[in-house]
Design a protein around this ligand. Sequence first.
Ligand code: LLP
Length: 383
Amino acid sequence: MRDAFGKFRTPYYYYDTQLLGETLAAIKSETDKHEGWHLHYAVKACANPKVLSQIQQAGFGADCVSGGEIRTCLKNGFPASEIVFAGVGKADWEIELALEAGIQCFNVESIPELEVIAEIAERMGKVANVSFRINPDVGAHTHAHITTGLAENKFGIAKEDMIRVIRVARQMSGIRFVGLHFHIGSQILQMDDFQALCFRVNELQDQLEAEGITDVKDINVGGGLGIDYQNPDGHPVPDFKAYFDTYAKYLKLRPGQHLHFELGRAVVGQCGSLITRCLYVKQTATKEFVIVDAGMTELLRPALYGAHHQIQNLSSTSPERTYDVVGPICESSDTFARDCQLPLTKRGDLIALRSAGAYGETMASQYNCRELPAAYTTEDLNL
Ligand code: LLP
């Protein structure tokens, strides 16, 4: 095992393609039970080309938030007709690119954005399919930085404005209104939160019906299902049954309506690890530090959100000691774990930071003029 991981220069991302395959199969087996359910993988979680093409081949569409993501998806085999495009700040060139490619739908977050899309579509002689992202004002039990469905967040259109914006859209020749879009946040493990979203969507659908708006073709409930960062080996595949059953049970779709999901983290989170090497073990008056060759530049989540990633020493089975595991970057927040138990660690040991498949490689930066991390799969390592 160690030999395989030692084959490439660290730090790098490792993707377990077998686990990814099992995860995709688990999702499929739940959603295939329902007619008219569609999956759009949230590309922001991991845009690695090999990972993307495996997801595409499993039959997923894509949820993109930038022109760059749309281009990456088209390059990796996703048909434009299965791409949805979200984001509070779509630039004109990104709108043009999406219209040119013929994407499925824009998830629109404001009237000024709608006006620009209409104007560009008319100029290009196209009609843009539009879903409105409605802020459901539903809280989620997750980190404040990644809750998005509260009225105070910048995302979406206030639910009180829903009917007005749909009426405005219907007057515009460059726009075809197709549905409603929601997303309440990320790393959500309590199914009650998704249940609350279902109740809110039902309520909004009743309001629409009362106003005679009965042409809502698509309901998109976003993503948000969390993973077990504490125990990745105990729960390598998230509880998709509980998640999808919640929607099947509580969401009242109208006849012929299609339901769309935009899962990111739950698809790729557990299949990725950041592989790094211990450079030095440093003893100070109060602490023992394991200094590794990966830092916040490769995996930002601990520094940005105080996120926990399980750390494993792949090279040692010696008795455990207490260490702080830190990176080489010139910031105190460049710390992966404080007071964590690891087997006796020495220079050269290979260390895995687990559950790093989602928002790991995609959030890497070149701070300190570092290179972006490489990435390998099970096949590359001959595991
Ligand atoms: N749809 C929309 C509109 C979103 O904003 C997001 C994530 C997703 C879908 C996918 O959510 P997921 O299924 O992955 O929870 N960088 C943070 C997470 C940011 C999530 C942003 N939006 C982290 O590392 O935890």
